[in-house]
Design a protein around this ligand. Structure first.
Ligand code: AG3
Length: 279
């Protein structure tokens, strides 16, 4: 039989992958987690039926969410990842030698265990001694953290299910207060092709909270629309104010996506996206 999986977007089209077999189908207390063995993309992880990551194309997302803010900071030492239970973002963060501590706060402990077992090339740094995995709700975790982190990365699902609380003005305000001076938050901010409504709503809230809010863009073959955005937010740092050239070149030596040209270019926005994110 010819098995296929399609994630449709709201406009009724989507990406289809050929599936060899389903390895995991688990209802955790928070969501459904699937691991499917695909024909061309290795293992793929779905949450509530939405594509989160695949072995063959995960770097498009994980390099962009991580290295753009990390290299825009002079000395990122204390890092917080909210969500990101597959570990891909943490794996990229620890590539920066200046990092002293990474805390990953993920709500779904079972999802982390599944990723460790089935996606070892992605989850491989979760046991690194610099990494502290907290299983809990990021919305609660951040509340009493003040002036603590150099970089905060919001590696969330879509604004649905357990991810909803990570798209509110209250949460963004707590994140802002948890940043140190010169700190940067980057949050995944949906597809400028498939999720225009969600993006507009998210940037409206971010603009209320942070003095600096700039989207950046990149391709992701397996996400809706094939094209994705991240929000670069800060109290005091503008994108491209600073690029740590030494770390940028050492990271780009082994990266598949990241280099200084990509870093500089990703903040260029098509006209309709500029319009979408302005109030
Ligand atoms: N975070 C998921 C981004 C949202 C994807 N949305 C979708 N497929 N509808 C990525 C998790 C990777 N660490």
């Amino acid at each position: 039989m010819d098995l296929k999986y399609t994630e449709f977007n709201d406009d009724g089209y989507g990406l289809t992958v050929k599936v060899k077999e389903t390895l995991v189908h688990e209802n955790t207390p928070f969501q459904t987690v699937d691991i499917i063995e695909t024909e061309g993309l290795g293992k793929m992880m779905l949450m509530d039926g939405l594509v989160m990551t695949s072995e063959k194309d995960e770097y498009f997302y994980h390099e962009m969410i991580t290295h753009i803010p990390m290299i825009s900071h002079k000395n990122p030492a204390n890092i917080l990842v909210i969500g990101g239970g597959d570990g891909g973002t943490v794996r990229e963060v620890v590539k920066h030698d200046c990092v002293e501590k990474v805390t990953m706060c993920e709500i779904d402990g079972l999802a982390v265990d599944i990723c460790k077992k089935y996606l070892p090339t992605i989850a491989c740094e979760l046991d690194n001694p610099k990494v502290n995995v907290v299983i809990g709700d990021g919305v609660e975790f951040i509340k009493d953290k003040k002036n603590m982190y150099d970089i905060i990365l919001i590696d969330s699902t879509d604004p649905l299910g357990p991810g909803v609380g990570l798209f509110t003005e209250e949460f963004y305000t707590d994140v802002k207060n948890a940043l140190k001076p010169n700190g940067i938050m980057v949050a995944q901010s949906e597809s400028p092709i498939a999720d225009k409504k969600e993006m507009k709503a998210m940037y409206k809230l971010l603009n209320k909270v942070f003095p600096v809010v700039k989207p950046y863009l990149g391709p992701i073959p397996t996400y809706p629309g094939g094209f994705w955005s991240w929000a670069f937010c800060s109290n005091d740092v503008k994108p491209l104010d600073y690029i740590d050239e030494k770390r940028a070149s050492s990271i780009s030596n082994t990266a598949k996506i990241y280099n200084i040209d990509v870093h500089k270019a990703c903040f260029a926005l098509p006209n309709y996206v500029k319009e979408l994110i302005s109030d």
